[in-house]
Design a protein around this ligand. Sequence first.
Ligand SMILES: [Zn+2]
Ligand SMILES: [Zn+2]
Length: 262
Amino acid sequence: MLSSGSAYITKYLLVKEIRRLKSKILECFYPTRCVGCERLGYLLCNECQNELVFIDQSTSCTACGAPFGRNVCTECSTVYDKAIFPFAATSCALEFNELSRRLVLTYKNGGEKRLAVLLAQLLAQVIPRSWYRWADLITWIPADPIAYKRRGFDHMAYVADALSKRIGLSAKPLLYKRSIKDQRSLNRSDRQLNMREVFLVNKPKTGSSLNSKDIYFDEIRAKNIILIDDVFTTGATLSAATNVLLNAKANEVRVATICRVW
Ligand SMILES: [Zn+2]
Ligand SMILES: [Zn+2]
């Protein structure tokens, strides 16, 4: 018993040492540079952190997260009888500008996974405290298979995991995203059309002993869910994902994103 215990500790220390050496070697060839100003040794230096433009949560639109409106912006208040978005509230951390764009792109396309913790911290800062008590769990907009293959990781899953640890709510992969046409060149109505049936309730990987049909439906039913994503542009992606959760009988969905474009 003692020998297997000490063998385990030796293995643990060895793995730790290999990791440390690996990151040292990587650091020699690909040194850490600040996302904003390329200063050596920082993921995001203090000066650049101070340059981040936070959306003032006390004056932003609670429906769509736009940084104006004081409760509800003019766009969200034009339709009185019906909410524009299926999610009940939105909270976005940063104005979308050159720095926040670089932050998100360095993370998801540049593969700088260490930024996940910082991005989760930004979300935790702006998610209202009342949501912590209200929510049952966190989920995220998943990468579709093509994006996953290109990037090698499901970027918002890492942020959700870090956020989960920070605010003490569990994060679960409730959604699956099919591959679709690039959204960027499309307007809002074309995006909504493109998004139709793009999200599905997720299924566990094959080989699971659990009933693959029901597991995530059970996780969604009657739950209050915080749905996170990197950028809120028109809200079409978040709306499509929310509708899938609501159709699977979620009680309510609220949205939080790192950046807001308007
Ligand atoms: Zn910097
Ligand atoms: Zn609004």
